[in-house]
Ligand binder design. Sequence first.
Ligand code: BGC
Length: 519
Amino acid sequence: MWRRVGDYPVEPQPLEVSMDSEAKITPILIISCLMVATAGLMFGYDVGNSGGVTSMDDFLKKFFHSVYLRKLEHKYVHKSKYCIFNSQTLQLFTSSLYLAGIIATFFASYTTRYLGRKLTIVAAGFFFLIGVVFGVAAQNLGMLIIGRIFLGCGVGFGNQAVPLFLSEVAPAKIRGGLSILFQLNITVGILFATLVNYGAAKIHPWGWRLSVGAAGIPAFVLTLGALVVDDTPTSLIERGCLQEGKTVLKKLCGTDNIESELKEIIEATRVAQQVKRPFRELLKRHNRPPLVIATFLQIFQQLTGINAIMFYSPVLFISLGSGNDASLYSAVILGSVNVLATLVSIHSVDQAGRRLLLLEAGVQMFISLVMLTLVLRWYAIDKSGNLSHGTALTLVVFICTYVAAFAWSWGPLAWLIASEAFQLDTRSAGQSVTVCVNLLFTFLIAQASLSMLCHLQYGIFAFFSGWVVVMTLFVYFFLPETENVPIEEISDKVWKKHWFWKRYFIDDDRIPKRIVIVP
Ligand code: BGC
């Protein structure tokens, strides 16, 4: 799903295994996939962890004393709480991970190619472990941020190599599902973090260390898993280890008859090596439709505001007037809805189609966000400072309907559509752009959300609802349906037939494909 960055040769592409394949879905294949997919859990854990710990008093007292004092003051003085957590350094604690992730992706692009997927995932595991150790042992803000930076390196390396690993070892028939499965792992990781936060908040004064430290479990599984799994046959063959590649391929396929798979791998490696400058290729006119679509889908995914909620839901609930405990279990409810709705997406994406899911979700998210704005506006008028039980419940319900809509649409589909949109020669480079744009906007949302909450107050929900209108119109007018279209036929069957995007192919069709020089 997420690939490389930089103007150098692309990875070999995922293979289309032909019909005469005898490849089976073997236990070793399943175990390998499960082991490396722990990186999704790890990423999700990091998303869900920061908001939880920043809502804990012990943590604030130690690292963000002024925020702690502000929180204390608001406990006793009845006034608007929107600005309690408005601190650039507090937001940096969350966002630094994504900034480090963007930079790490550039390095991971090289290591996935030259050292292999396996070693890149091993490196991700070690980065995660180091990050966790720094976090657990942190005595000052510096150590805490260094820990987040290491975690970010883990995210950059893991998110680059793991989806590539999965797409290279999975048989064609289950490859599509793996893309959403990675997303499912992210949501499970978020839920796991919210559950740990809920329990750890009751342990004083070191509960937050437990919260940060629990990330060590997926980090450990990932590192161990990466050390024991074999590298992908594609990566081995690409780096000249043909014999070893064949042996691993036989193991994964559970048969000695691997001729068709081997042929595909060698062909894919050849195609990948032919494209010398994939990023230049990406900018060519006929590649603009997928590039624009993939980029905008990532920008819009973040402008839904999902991470303002995923990162900060516990502090958001406190800012809206809930107690500490209620805030943390509200986050658990949201995390559960997120997982369940992602399962709905896995089930319905190939029946309902991408467009329908996105359009329906657009309407549902818009209504939810507008309702949140209105409820908070009415609530804000009395300025009592605390949420009544009824108001809190109404807010949780609307945030749940919003999160559910996101989780069956923009969450998985922004990634899925991007991975389907590019042609073979630019797919890898296109995916790298996709990852970077996503991490960049994730960083911006992480860095800005709490300040926006302070300045816009309940208007923050109206702000995101405006973007939801824009992105839904974008989907309606510009996003063609890619469901059931074989990836290699997307150009002819989708782009060239679309009312807007077809103009990018007119010149292409006029230019003769080959110039024959007659002597
Ligand atoms: C997004 C993440 C988000 C997660 C929530 C993913 O698709 O890329 O930024 O935190 O969904 O489930």
